[in-house]
Design a protein around this ligand. Structure first.
Ligand code: NAD
Ligand code: WQD
Length: 340
């Protein structure tokens, strides 16, 4: 069994990826500092796969602890690095937290990878690097635009750090640029756990439907789109998780075409905010209470992926529909409400 380190493995995307890695026969070691997750997630993963992954509670900003970790855990063959702070608004208010947590941690990890000859590295990037795109769907060759937030900037800098490190060492890396991940595992054992008021659309929708939020605000209906609301590429988190397994296998089997590669990971379909609302209502039979408010600053009009490169090179394609994703998000919301 090949041993893979998953940082941020108790988080939203990380936990779903751990399940898919275990299903594919990998041994998983998780690092997480529980800053945006909980130990219960470990139980959820184990309930699905019947294999408890190894877990180390560790803050990746603590360089000496990271060094200790790698001395203790030998024979790691690949790293999937999810651990980061991800709230766009918070990054504007506290940029240094974001530069420390998202940049330093990558540097410390790469230093240890170099020291221990761990050459396979998958990185969580984001479609946010494209900013407001010049044309749609977006291909990987689209220019990286000046970041609109410190968070977005960390993803751009992270990619540059990886490019430079790959060029100067044995490191082989794939950056996956995620579009908008939504939904939860079909078992409702794991899912998204937003802390406080959700900033993202789908958790806000499910909390509104559950009666925790009074009203959903639609941020603008005067965009240049068919129904006036913004368009995004919403991808089921399980499809996204599976993309990590194939990307990792590409590196382990040395099928990558260059030492640093990027792939768009989306469905290739754009959906407007109103379409998401309608799809949620149809799938769940719940009526959403919403009203249209001012545009949210920093929102781009429309973003969706050209996934040809991932389809052809990784042999990966999103399989689940937005209806399945919304149904799973609702099942998860109900499960956590019943537990609370
Ligand atoms: P998440 O917050 O659910 O998961 C991140 C995990 O990392 C959490 O469990 C957190 O406790 C842990 N963590 C954070 N800082 C750490 C540190 N210093 N040391 C150890 N653990 C630490 O987020 P997610 O949605 O699963 O996102 C995972 C990755 O994907 C992030 O890098 C994020 O920027 C990126 N991404 C997310 C989205 C999205 O919409 N969710 C989109 C594009 C990219
Ligand atoms: C989706 C659409 C909103 C909430 C963010 C980050 C991005 C990436 C994914 C990490 C937009 C609208 C939302 C609400 C609404 N993360 N909306 N009412 O902004 O596309 O992307 O998460 O890399 O970097 O910026 O996702 O879910 O916040 O918004 O109308 O209460 O829903 O305006 O059009 P976004 P989102």
């Amino acid at each position: 069994m090949k041993k893979i380190l998953v940082t941020g493995g108790l988080g939203y995307i990380g936990s779903h990826t751990v399940v898919e890695l275990q299903n594919a026969g990998f041994e998983v070691v998780i690092i997480d500092n529980l800053s945006n997750s909980s130990l219960d997630v470990l139980g959820g993963i184990t309930n699905i796969t019947s294999q408890p992954p190894t877990f180390e509670r560790l803050d990746l900003r603590n360089k000496s602890k990271v060094t200790e970790f790698f001395k203790l855990h030998k024979n790691i063959e690949g790293v999937i690095h999810f651990a980061a702070s991800k709230a766009v608004g918070e990054s504007v208010k506290n940029p240094l937290l974001y530069y420390e947590n998202n940049i330093n941690t990558l540097v410390y990890l790469l230093q240890e990878c170099k020291a221990h000859k761990i050459n396979n590295f998958i990185f969580s990037s984001s479609c946010t690097v494209y900013g407001e795109p010049d044309s749609l769907p977006i291909t990987e060759t689209a220019p990286v635009k000046k970041a609109m937030s410190p968070y977005g900037n960390t993803k751009q800098i992270n990619e540059e750090i990886l490019i430079d490190t790959c060029a100067s060492s044995q490191l082989q890396s794939i950056a996956l640029r995620y579009f908008n991940p939504i939904g939860a595992h079909e078992t409702a054992e794991i899912g998204e756990l937003p802390i406080g008021v959700p900033q993202n659309l789908v958790p806000f929708i499910t909390q509104s439907a559950a009666g925790i939020r009074e009203q959903l605000s639609v941020f603008g209906n005067d965009y240049n789109t068919p129904d006036g609301s913004c368009i995004r590429d919403y991808i089921h988190v399980v499809d996204l998780a599976k993309a990590h397994v194939v990307a990792l296998q590409r590196l382990l089997e040395q099928k990558n075409k260059s030492s640093f590669e990027v792939f768009n990971i989306g469905t290739g379909q754009g959906n407007s905010v109103f379409e998401v609302i309608k799809a949620f209502e149809n799938v769940t039979g719940k009526k959403l209470n919403y009203n249209v408010v001012e545009r949210r600053s920093g929102d781009v009009t429309a973003v969706y992926a050209d996934t040809t490169k991932a389809n052809e090179e990784l042999g990966w394609k999103a399989e689940k529909t937005i209806q399945q994703a919304l149904a799973s998000a609702w099942k998860w919301e109900q499960k956590i409400r019943n537990k609370a």
